[in-house]
Ligand binder design. Structure first.
Ligand code: KG4
Ligand code: ZN
Length: 355
């Protein structure tokens, strides 16, 4: 079984194939290829994503990327069992491009279509190994075990911050979420306040390496609150007030970045551990763009070790938006016997755990 997936929910055009390498045993699925064509350099000129520019670029880039992915995996569309695309959440005009393209491939080849929730892709990504060096070689090892154990998922992306109890693929319970800004959104907004290039997350991480995380005592909102929800908008305002009061903010950039990061991570880690403890879950899996941050990964891993919990996170190239995670989620849905009708619409506000 092989799934070709398209991700186009925001500003990355991505195509991946997950499943059995040609000529391999049927129970050894692996990531056969994962291609990402990033538009970040274009949107950086505007300080953020411009939806129409994003969808036009998806349209231009998608077809060559699909052709390349099939060639990399040594396959034609005949070798694909189902075509998947992100159906939401995301930008409507961007989602439509990938969703429609995957439907077209499904119609042309007479294969099923799968509409995948972007957040489910992130959630499952820590259990997806990196691509095998050359899946077409007879000796290529089977690199990904598709079993997903019960765990606590912390998803920290640009639009979402969620704590989810995962029983098995497709069985999710929302335990906590942000009541205002997502963690990644706070990184991007603080990055803009500091005049850093878009997106702010990686830039703040770089500067934070040279800073003192205890230089500024920024608020840890909802840390002691009994709920498992998050709030990052007060922290963002605290950074703004600090900047306004400092005589020469540019001289303290590294300290501000390190202190801001420390405040975000303390709350994320503390609430994840509490959620895992309260739900009796033995493993924490970290995913989403913010999980690229090496300090967050290191601190979360150390905290899990101290608490006697297992820790997993996606490799950095599969933490930010990619189609490998959509193909992997599609593989699980196809494996479970699910398909979606071609009448399935995109949904920019698609929920992972409907209330
Ligand atoms: O998951 P993602 O690629 O896209 C969404 O689904 O939103 O996440 C993008 C977010 C952006 O807010 C970006 O600033 C943040 O992930 N990010 C980081 C880092 N790399 C990306 N945040 C903190 N540290 C990083 N190294
Ligand atoms: Zn994402």
């Amino acid at each position: 079984m092989r799934i070709l997936a398209i991700e186009s929910s925001c500003d990355e055009t991505a195509v991946a194939i997950y499943g059995n390498a040609p000529g391999h045993l049927p129970d050894h699925p692996a990531l056969l290829t994962s291609l990402v064509s990033s538009q970040i350099d274009i949107h950086r000129l505007y300080g953020g994503v411009v939806p129409e520019v994003a969808s036009r670029n998806h349209t231009l880039r998608l077809q060559p990327l699909v052709t390349q992915a099939l060639a990399d995996a040594g396959l034609s569309t005949d070798g694909i069992d189902a075509f998947a695309a992100t159906g939401g959440p995301g930008l409507a005009s961007s989602l439509l491009v990938g969703h429609s393209f995957a439907k077209g491939l499904a119609v042309a080849s007479g294969k099923p279509f799968l509409s995948i929730n972007h957040m489910e892709g992130h959630l499952l990504s820590p259990f997806l190994a990196k691509p095998s060096p050359d899946p077409r070689e007879e000796a290529a090892p089977a690199v990904a075990a598709p079993s997903i154990p019960p765990h606590l998922a912390l998803i920290v992306s640009g639009g979402h911050t969620m704590l989810v109890k995962v029983e098995k693929p497709g069985h999710y319970t929302l335990l906590g979420r942000t009541i205002d800004d997502a963690a990644g959104e706070a990184f991007d907004k603080v990055g803009r306040m500091l005049n850093l290039p878009y997106p702010g997350g990686p830039e703040i991480e770089k500067l934070a390496h040279q800073g003192d995380p205890s230089a500024f005592d920024f608020p840890r909102s909802l840390l002691k609150d009994p709920s498992l929800d998050f709030s990052f908008s007060g922290l963002k305002t605290a950074v703004l007030y600090t900047l306004q009061k400092l005589p020469n903010p540019a001289a303290r950039l590294a300290d501000i970045c390190a202190s801001f990061q420390a405040a975000v991570f303390e709350v994320l880690i503390s609430k994840s551990l509490r959620a895992a403890r309260e739900s009796g879950l033995p493993l924490i899996a970290l995913s989403g763009g913010v999980s690229c941050n090496a300090t967050l990964r290191k601190q979360m891993e150390a905290a899990c070790q101290e608490a006697g919990l297992e820790f997993r996170s996606a490799i950095p190239s599969l933490s930010t938006d990619n189609a490998a995670m959509i193909a992997f989620a599609g593989w699980h849905r196809h494996h479970g016997g699910h398909h979606d009708p071609l009448s399935t619409d995109i949904n920019p506000n698609l929920a992972l755990c409907p209330a």
